[in-house]
Write a protein that binds this ligand. Sequence first.
Ligand code: NAD
Ligand code: IPM
Ligand code: MN
Length: 356
Amino acid sequence: MKKHILIVPGDGIGQEVTTVGKQVLDRIAEKFGHEFTYDEALIGHVAIEATGDPLPEETLVKMRASDAILFGAVGHPKYDNDPSAKVRPEQGLLRMRKELGLYANLRPIKLFDELLEASSIKPEILKGCDILFFRELTGDVYFGKRERLDDGNTAYDTMIYSKYEVERIARKAFEAARTRSKKLMSVDKANVLESSRLWREVIQKLAPEYPDVEVEHQFIDAAAMLLIKDPRRFDVVVTGNLFGDILTDEASQIAGSMGMLASASVGDSTGVYEPIHGSAHDITGKGVANPLASVLSAALLLDISFGLKAESEAIIAAVDAVLKAGFRTRDIANSETPADKILGTDAMGAELLKNL
Ligand code: NAD
Ligand code: IPM
Ligand code: MN
């Protein structure tokens, strides 16, 4: 198969982890006889530094021309600590999602058995847990009208959804539920928010079209609690942009670390595959970032954008093998991990390649 992949490392550890993600794609191409060509593009802080724009036109053109995108992360402490900055790295990410119509963000919570002890949740509560989040990605408070009023002393953001936006993500989640345990949890705040009441109305209206799927509604506050209390109760979850953002960072602790969670953003055009984590300033440049979220994002890319199931599974099996051999990055190690098994980003990448 011939495919063109755009690598968009972005900022901070985004650079470090996508290097490993790309190495894994290269190895897969070699092993399975595919021809992957690559290009690179700027986004986020590095793009602002180079062009003044967090999503330069050139990047967008390259994105539209590629078959899939492997993305790192955006963000820089300079902006995090400067609320007045008008141009921000995250704007590049959000505009990319909107421009490419990436309305569905799939965030699988895949718990590798070997990492049961890496979580702060008790192993007996976690074992066998497997969740697939559908986070709506191009609506909600992220894209609603926002403003400062009152000489800057008051601010608002608008949480807004149309029925159309809810329906298209909900259909994806219903379809996925059909292929799994036929259970769908919809998470909202319909006891308070009008946009959530619209959300719930759409889900309820769709449910009869999927009579084989059992629908459960939960409020976001209760869902956040249940995720820790009884994670195995969750299977397919559909929720809005903001609730999905928060709930999946929480869910990363089921998998052991932010460094383990991959995601696929799909919709109208080229799919974007990225870890759910950010640029992690606290560990940038130290060579300790866990590259597995990027590697597992590459696996999602092959499966979802290219339909290469065996290739995708080969990557997951390699991750499994490396973990079974006892290798860990710092974020998934514990006090019992032997020092010689704790690897940096590149060394973890090298171990993976040995298993591919
Ligand atoms: P973060 O996800 O970058 O980091 C949170 C914590 O998890 C940190 O302690 C970090 O060291 C750890 N962590 C994250 N990824 C890791 C990995 N691969 N290996 C080991 N440890 C890992 O979130 P944050 O600190 O809240 O945000 C930092 C910056 O990233 C901000 O500027 C934020 O806007 C941006 N951000 C970007 C994205 C994205 O590009 N999709 C996502 C989240 C945050
Ligand atoms: C994510 C991030 C982004 C989001 C930020 C950086 C805009 O947290 O991809 O999860 O909130 O969507
Ligand atoms: Mn997030």
